[in-house]
Design a protein around this ligand. Structure first.
Ligand SMILES: [Zn+2]
Ligand SMILES: [Zn+2]
Length: 175
């Protein structure tokens, strides 16, 4: 759904949108949607302005990514509230001050007629995902020596080569 600034001039826009998993494009992030995404909310012009608006809502979906440790599939249920303020990119360049009462409000910029809701949702979902994406908290990862998935196989490489944790312990013992 494209949120067109002109459509907000007369009234606020309530939305209740649902997107199939392949409709959301997470670009180069390696993230993808595993479920339909559902977004609800409202877009409205900021009082006293003609081209600044507030976008407030909620998005829910299940996001998937490659586990940072074992490269297996990792899934993340996302439930995110957002409350964003948008102004035209050209105006921001002019340095015009805009009074925003909410201290924690985020201001974004749009180019042209408005913004695509899907783009906002993608951004909000990415913000919600943890920095380290793991299939499970105790994922053992891939053995750097033999390449086997340590969640599935118990290799004895660490006993021979020593992994970082043992090296750290040896350093402590040496001091
Ligand atoms: Zn993993
Ligand atoms: Zn191994």
């Amino acid at each position: 759904m494209f949120i067109k600034i002109q459509d907000l001039e007369t009234r606020k826009l309530q939305f209740d949108e649902s997107y199939a998993a392949d409709e959301l494009d997470f670009g180069e992030s390696g993230v993808r949607a595993l479920s339909r995404a559902h977004a609800t909310g409202v877009a409205e012009l900021l009082p006293g302005t003609e081209d600044q608006f507030r976008l407030k809502g909620h998005v829910a979906l299940e996001a998937g990514a490659e586990c940072d440790r074992c490269l297996g599939a990792a899934a993340f249920p996302v439930e995110a509230d957002f409350d964003l303020f948008y102004e035209p990119a050209s105006e921001a360049a002019g340095g015009e001050e805009i009074a925003i009462d909410e201290a924690d409000a985020e201001t974004g910029f749009y180019v042209g007629d408005g913004i695509e809701l899907k783009d906002v949702l993608v951004e909000q979902v990415l913000l919600q995902l943890p920095m380290q994406k793991l299939c499970r908290q105790d994922c053992k990862g891939i053995c750097p020596v033999c390449g086997s998935d340590r969640n599935a196989v118990t290799c004895d490489c660490s006993a021979k080569a020593g992994d970082d944790r043992w090296a750290a312990l040896r350093d402590i013992a040496a001091n």
